[in-house]
Design a protein around this ligand. Structure first.
Ligand code: PRX
Length: 734
């Protein structure tokens, strides 16, 4: 790795009769130390000594095998797991080409297994990890914490699985989950996996926990997802504190279920409510007595008391049941349902450019294999590690790298309910010291937030346990990367910048900490089995240094299998633009060393604090306001969130653009989508820049939002005066 080395991999195919020779060259250049333009960070030697992939050559060799012998590669990886019926026959079957028929991908189809068995029973029974801590739960307040071993988790999951069966849940049924970061969230997911039910963690309850306030999705968004997946049960909690703010989850759930009724889709038969806020967070006898008292009065309302705050837990006696009442009394034994490798495991919603969220569907065995393998290699997991991913489990990062990936490896993880700045701005660092965290995974938006407070809060704590740092969700700017590396990692921990998507199931472009030389801001190179390509607008593959659309040529085990209930949308979103490839929607540059740099979305999606939002969805919400005639939403750079929403609103005649109206419009977006989508800027737009055929020129709007005066070619604009007017009305501050 110390010099510029050229690796050539040549494949020759010869057809003698036709005199036809086909040569493929794969060229990989290892970045060398002499590189003047950018500093390269090499893996620390002490990490390399004991690592699963200890150097760049090992990465190359494994990568090569995963591409050239995928059947053998994945069959070997699958051996670690328990199969009721082993994978036999062809491991991978797929069609990525819409012109040749339906898009499909299958790994190990026909094999039988169970996800829950593999991540719990296998650890407890076969690997003797029953006493090992699976989760270190850390509440909103430092005084609230709990440890859960693999043995305890298995028992609790069995109880929950039995309780779900009692409420009528069967294999294939969908269960909606709207829970905060508490053990019951993982328990419910695993209980579904055990009985073959499909979980749909509808809410990314609190997106990246950067802001003390609740920043999740609204009850309408929750309803939309419940209706789309036709869920029969909703599992929620009474309430939760995030920082200083109390969120009444049950009330939001009730509103969502009312919306489901209004939409003519009252599929939810039972609402299971975890008594979390009342019991775990406050834990006072007084509080319990109050509840009991009110129950006896047979009122439909139950109150929780915490810090003298009374919250109302509305109750529908026919539909609602307390988790504690139905789960605690169940048996600790529950036989797993043996599923086909390709049976569905979960649905997770992600924004779609049409405005309607897409229910991304993942299946059992491929997802197990891929999250397990990526977790092991990307975080170089070892048994004495304490791992912490700060994401919300309701996001794909939490599914793959708080729940399934770590559990499949028998890891010990921190499960954190709180926010990084409560009760003080050093909370993350305090938690790292408290538990001796060795692998830490967070988002650029969180790093940027914490950077604001300088090094002092970091230096107050002993972070010497840290070995590997990770980021995910959005491009990380080199300044934040360097601060993370130097201030948090004290210059000795590699930063793995992992690029992936809800759809990819796990990391697809990522460094391996002991193997890959790092360049701040680059997600570096592909994971095993992943074949990235860069295409131009015409679908032509670009070689060498290039910039264009990031696509993948072949599936890997963790890739989505479809959009729930909508094959047509699945194919048109990801496969129609460039037949033969999975299209990520992201732009990408490949540098001279073959490193990949994500340049941002190429579609109408925005990435706010690491979360994708659809401009069409926000436009839809704003258009519902009676005063709005037309609206266009674009992204504008934001120092903390990475990107924020900038909205151009044309009002109907007779309406005036006032401060109150702006607040109403923001409220409309909060109500329809949720606080995460609240626009930072709403600008009065007497007219929008359009082409002669009436298409809004978003490029021009983006430039106005950014105050870029040089607008380039405007010859296609129908009325160029609009631009000057828009500049004169530009919002300068949020
Ligand atoms: O635009 C890319 C960005 O996040 C998108 C995927 O969002 P989501 O499905 O919500 O999943 C996020 C967590 C995996 C991508 O299309 N993105 C994700 N990771 C990175 C990134 N952009 C740049 N660098 C990353 N490391």
């Amino acid at each position: 790795c110390k010099t510029n080395t050229l690796y050539l991999d040549m494949q020759v195919r010869c057809k003698t009769n036709t005199l036809y020779l086909d040569i493929h060259l794969t060229v990989m250049v290892v970045p060398g130390r002499q590189d003047k333009e950018e500093k390269i960070y090499y893996p620390p030697e002490d990490l390399q000594m004991n690592a699963h992939v200890p150097n760049f050559n090992s990465y190359l060799a494994l990568y090569k095998r995963s591409i050239e012998e995928p059947e053998e590669f994945w069959r070997d990886a699958a051996q670690e797991f328990y199969w009721k019926e082993s994978p036999s026959g062809q491991i991978l079957q797929f069609n990525f080409d819409v012109t040749k028929g339906n898009i499909s991908m299958k790994f190990m189809a026909g094999a039988k297994t169970n996800m829950c068995y593999n991540v719990l029973d296998r650890n407890v029974l076969d690997r003797n990890l029953g006493e090992k801590v699976a989760y270190l739960w850390e509440g909103n307040l430092p005084a609230h914490h709990q440890t859960i071993t693999y043995g305890q988790l298995l028992k609790q999951v069995c109880r929950c699985a039995n309780a779900l069966k009692q409420t009528g849940v069967k294999k294939g049924d969908r269960v909606a989950i709207y829970l905060p970061m508490i053990p019951e969230l993982v328990v419910t997911m695993l209980a579904c996996a055990r009985i073959g039910a499909v979980h749909s963690a509808v809410v990314r309850l609190i997106i990246w926990p950067c802001y003390s306030q609740f920043a999740g999705f609204s009850s309408e968004s929750l309803a939309e997802r419940i209706v789309d997946a036709q869920c029969s049960v909703l599992v929620t909690a009474d309430g939760v504190y995030r920082g200083e703010k109390l969120i009444n989850l049950k009330q939001i759930s009730d509103e969502a279920l009312e919306h489901c009724q209004e939409k003519g889709s009252p599929t939810v038969q039972k609402c299971v409510v975890v008594k979390h806020h009342a019991l775990r967070a406050s834990g006072t006898d007084e509080c319990n007595k109050l509840q009991v008292g009110l129950n006896i009065m047979s009122t439909l309302k139950i109150y929780n008391l915490y810090k003298n705050v009374v919250i109302l837990t509305p109750w529908n006696a026919e539909r609602d049941v307390w988790w504690q009442d139905i789960v605690d009394s169940e048996s600790e034994q529950c036989d797993p349902e043996w599923l086909d490798a390709e049976d569905p495991l979960f649905i997770l919603y992600t924004s779609g450019s049409t405005g309607k969220p897409k229910g991304v569907l993942h299946t059992v065995a491929g997802y197990l294999l891929y999250t397990s393998l990526t977790f092991k290699y990307v975080f170089d997991h070892h048994h004495d590690d304490v791992y912490w991913c700060t994401a919300d489990i309701g996001w794909i990062t939490g599914h793959s790298y708080i729940a399934y990936g770590p559990l499949a490896n028998g890891a010990t993880s921190v499960l954190f309910e709180g926010v990084p700045v409560y009760p003080h701005v050093g909370r993350y660092w305090e938690v790292i010291e408290k538990y001796g965290v060795s692998k830490f995974y967070t988002a650029p938006t969180a790093i940027r937030l914490l950077m604001k407070y300088g090094r002092e809060p970091v230096e107050k704590y002993d972070l010497s346990s840290l070995r590997v740092l990770g980021t995910v969700g959005e491009p990380i700017n080199p300044e934040a990367w360097l601060w993370y590396h130097d201030a948090v990692g004290q210059g000795r921990c590699p930063v793995v910048d992992t690029f992936w998507q809800t759809e990819t199931g796990g990391h697809v472009l990522t460094p391996l900490p002991a193997a890959t030389p790092l360049k701040p801001g680059s997600a570096t190179l592909p994971f095993f089995g992943v074949q990235p390509c860069i295409l131009n607008e015409h679908g032509e593959e670009l070689q060498g240094e290039a910039e264009g659309y990031l696509v993948f040529r072949k599936p890997w085990p963790g890739i989505m299998r479809g959009i729930y209930g909508n094959q047509e949308r699945f194919e048109s979103t990801y496969f129609r633009k460039f037949p033969g490839f999975y299209v990520t929607g992201d732009g990408c540059r490949r540098d001279k060393d073959g490193y990949y740099w994500i340049t941002g979305r190429m579609d109408d999606m925005l990435n706010v604090s690491g979360h994708l939002l659809s401009t069409a969805e926000v436009e839809g919400a704003l258009s519902e306001h009676a005063a709005v005639a037309e609206v266009a939403v674009v992204g504008r750079p934001h120092p903390l969130k990475g990107e924020c929403l900038y909205c151009f609103v044309t009002l109907k005649d007779s309406h005036e653009f006032t401060h109150d109206l702006v607040e109403e419009l923001k409220g409309k977006v909060r109500e329809k989508i949720g606080p995460i989508a609240t626009p930072d800027f709403i600008q009065n737009a007497p007219g929008l820049p359009k082409t002669r055929s009436g298409k809004i020129m978003r490029r021009v709007l983006r430039q106005i939002a950014r105050n870029e005066k040089d607008l380039g070619d405007l010859s296609t604009l129908a009325d160029s005066k609009v631009v000057d007017v828009l500049f004169s009305y530009r919002c300068k501050t949020a």
